[in-house]
Design a protein. Structure first.
Length: 243
């Protein structure tokens, strides 16, 4: 059954490592996080106990393992992209914790990192011209949390003003919800695990919400939620010899 075609895509869905899901926003990252948010909200926001405009989604680029070429899509293609069996989960965090998680997960950007956040509902900027302010090492982790927020600015949440004191429901995978990668800040939060594997949520989204077609209009390019400010390249001037 997994080998049968269930959908098509009009465009290549970028799951490459770098440049790709570990360095920047991609259309495949958008598709996956859109699917995660849709899956949790499809039966209504009431079960989350929070306003829909405060519901976002994050998954780590390192969990996205393949590109999908334009053309037919099988369930096996989706499983190859998301092979680890991680489930869709929800954590409840303050805006301050959400900001910390984005700062930590982009600490090496523009260099590739598996924690790089592919997101839905979060518009933010990473200024890589500013050094990461390394703080204390996260418990049981090889990563260090930020001593201060220097690189990431959240522009908006679902088009609304970001509030560091507000509570946000972050739809993520169970690995990050447990504090995996650089997301230790999530591990102290209340967790609701749907028990649904991510690949199944994405398949359901493509079938039910997209009608079996990933269109160029919807996913031809990345959405543009993540802005990365890189070091300005300085070109050496070529001096003309004196006459």
């Amino acid at each position: 059954m997994y080998g049968e075609v269930f959908a098509t895509t009009e465009v290549l869905l970028n799951g490459e490592r770098e440049p790709g899901v570990r360095t920047e926003e991609t259309n495949l990252g958008d598709l996956i996080t859109d699917a995660m948010r849709w899956y949790v909200l499809k039966d209504g926001v009431e079960s989350l106990g929070i306003a829909e405009e405060n519901v976002v989604a994050i998954t780590n680029g390192g969990g996205i393992r393949a590109t999908i070429e334009a053309g037919d899509i099988t369930m096996n293609d989706i499983n190859t992209v998301l092979p680890f069996g991680n489930t869709v989960a929800v954590v409840y965090v303050t805006g301050e914790v959400l900001l910390e998680s984005l700062e930590a997960s982009t600490y090496s950007t523009p260099e590739a990192i598996g924690a790089f956040p592919q997101t839905c509902g979060i518009e933010f900027t990473v200024d890589t011209t500013v050094a990461y302010d390394e703080g204390e090492q996260y418990e049981g982790s090889t990563y260090f949390g930020p001593a201060s927020i220097q690189r990431v600015t959240i522009t908006s949440i679902n088009g609304q003003e970001f509030d560091p004191e507000a509570t946000y429901a972050v739809i993520t995978n169970d690995f990050l919800a447990a504090g995996g990668d650089t997301y230790y800040a999530f591990s102290v939060s209340e967790v609701m695990d749907t028990g649904t594997p991510m690949d199944e949520a994405v398949i359901a989204y493509i079938e039910e919400e997209l009608g079996g077609v990933v269109t160029a209009d919807a996913y031809g390019e990345s959405r543009g939620d993540i802005t990365i400010i890189a070091e300005e390249s300085v070109e050496e001037e070529t001096l003309e010899p004196a006459a």
